[in-house]
Design a binder for this molecule. Structure first.
Ligand code: ASP
Length: 335
């Protein structure tokens, strides 16, 4: 029998009706078998950990990611898999951050949530938890990855983006197909799943917080770029550009980016598109960025780029090493 630790962080999924008031409030995770007795039928032993306080995932931050990573570290040898219940709003950021913090992960870490609270009749939370636990405790396919399970699909977490605030199909992975699909059976696409590492599991305990996302838009101004460049202690900028990595060619823009790079700020170019890749040099509009030393994020998502920068700049001091890691594929986050 597999041992699974279910970690409840908060979000819509955990909301159930209070028996007295009828209002939706966070459920007591330790009563998971009471809320979902069907879980007893899965061939695993579930233990639970409830964060205190449980939070809406819009309050997610680096401290909490480090806490989740250390929780997995402390419990790594005792459990065969981990399921994290999390709000959907920042789920892709959390999945990305954990993927970098947990190096040589050999066990499944499946993050799930829901669009409708567990206490509502048509909730998607019920199926999401059941399938996430079933996948985490499966003994036919090794899933040594941080994944998101949502709406019958298992995704590599650091490839996802939340794309819908209304429908159950809330996540999208534009540059990597889902790793598994749940129907009558669970069909795993083994060739897409990362191999089981042969090196020792390592958990990092630092993240750089001086990193921002800057979205390029047609109204972008010199004042905006100057303001970003003057943020005290800023170390990294994830720059969301157009299409295959294009940005304005005007002098004020290029000078603004050059000023950041001259100050030692690392700039990574990622696309605003939900699929496809940055190809610096494909158009003139990105040649100058490449020549200045802007790093290509290739086909990384914005969420994963932010987490990768926080991870790399937080754990490695040498500039050349940082560049090498930011350019490389660390956890299957780029193709
Ligand atoms: N605001 C909620 C959260 O992210 C939404 C959800 O869980 O779906 O925590």
């Amino acid at each position: 029998m597999k041992n699974i630790l279910v970690i409840y962080t908060g979000g819509t999924i955990g909301m159930v009706k209070d028996a007295k008031t009828g209002a939706l409030c966070p459920f007591d995770m330790h009563k998971i078998y009471e809320v979902l007795p069907v879980l007893k039928k899965i061939n695993c032993n579930i233990e639970t950990y409830q964060c205190n306080p449980v939070i809406d995932s819009s309050d997610m931050n680096a401290d909490k990611w480090l806490l989740f990573a250390s929780l997995i570290k402390q419990n790594y040898s005792r459990y065969d898999g981990f399921v994290i219940l999390h709000g959907t709003d920042t789920m892709s950021y959390t999945a990305s951050a954990l993927s970098f913090l947990l190096k040589n992960l050999a066990k499944p870490v499946i993050i799930t949530g829901s669009q409708l609270p567990l206490g509502m009749i048509r909730t998607d939370g019920r199926d999401n938890i059941i399938s996430a636990v079933e996948i985490a405790s499966n003994d036919s396919v090794a899933i040594p990855e941080v994944c998101i399970f949502f709406d019958n699909k298992l995704y590599r977490g650091n490839r996802t983006t939340k794309i819908n605030a209304e429908y159950f199909e809330a996540f999208y992975s534009g540059n990597l197909p889902s790793l598994a699909k749940v129907g009558i059976n669970i069909s795993y696409k083994q060739h897409l799943i990362l191999p089981v590492p042969d090196k020792e599991f390592k958990v990092y305990d630092r993240l750089c917080r001086d990193v921002i996302i800057m979205k390029i838009h047609p109204a972008i101004s010199k004042q905006y770029l100057d303001a970003v460049g003057n943020i005290p202690e800023l170390k990294g900028v994830v720059m969301e550009t157009y299409g295959s990595g294009n940005a304005p060619t005007k002098d004020f823009f290029l000078q603004g980016i050059k000023n950041m790079i001259d100050k030692g700020i690392t700039v990574m170019n990622v696309t605003q598109c939900k699929a496809g890749s940055v190809e610096m040099g494909h158009y003139q509009a990105s040649c100058d960025l490449r020549d200045m030393g802007v790093i290509s994020g290739k086909d990384i998502t914005t969420e994963a780029a932010l987490a990768k920068m926080m991870f790399v700049l937080g754990n490695f001091d040498d500039k050349d090493k940082q560049k090498e890691l930011l350019n490389g594929n660390l956890r299957g986050e780029i193709s």
